[in-house]
Structure formats: C-alpha cells, structure tokens
Design a protein around this ligand. Sequence first.
Ligand SMILES: [Zn+2]
Length: 146
Amino acid sequence: MAAPLPELDWPLTRPFWDAARKGRLVMPRCEDCARHVWYPEERCPDCRGERISWVDVSGRGRLFSWAEVKHLLHPPYEGQIPYVSGLVTLEEDPRIRYVTRIVDCDPADLSIDLPMEVVFRTLTFRGVAGGVRAPVFRPARTPARS
Ligand SMILES: [Zn+2]
C-alpha cells in the first residue's frame, strides 16, 4: 500500500518532509481554486493551475480504510512488522486520501470513519541511516469539531 520508502529528496515532496521534521503537516494547495493537491503534482488536477503553495492542515481526518501488515513486503520495513497501514481522509478535503501508518491503537478497535489525528513519529528503515520524522495517525483523543 505505502511506497517502499519516503521520497525525502524529490522536489515535489521535499517541503512535506521538511515540515514534518518540525512537527507540521502541510499539503500543497492550488492558489487559483483552493483545491488541495495530494499526492503532489506540478499542476492542479481540477483547474490545471500551476500556482501551488504549501499550507498547514489541521491533521484531523477520518479513517477510510486500513490493513494490518503482518508479513514482510519490503525489506527496509523489517523490524516494524506487524504494523497498521491506513488511508485517512483529511478534514480540509475528504478527497485527500493520505497513506499513512496507524499507531497507538488495537487494530480491532478501528472502524470506518473513525475520527483520527496526526502525531509525529521517527520511523526507521533498514538500510537507511538515521530515522525519518513522519506524520502518522492515531484515533482522535479530542472530540471532532462539529
Ligand atoms: Zn486549481
């Protein structure tokens, strides 16, 4: 489900990882039509605008789907098994389905549309020096805004 490794140095995603290191979740947004453009692209998929800037998002969303990963799919993830991989839709735009790690919960307690919130964790990958500070999601501990 997730890409084997975070694309830390790809120009289109570098601002995302730079912000994550500072504990911020950011998404590209089209300056013309205000659509969030995730996964990052050079042009807005709606209006084809090229003026795209990074904005902070709330880090709140809902669980769209998830899977408990019990078997090794990618060698760099050795040592992390088992973990829960999931898709979270963001409050700002439910069309965004963010591929992420689900943490701090028993997978048996997860359900579709469960309110989620971002937390930041350092993930380590075999073959990659140091760790990667990454946004991951857990079931929300504070009530969702109504
Ligand atoms: Zn646009």
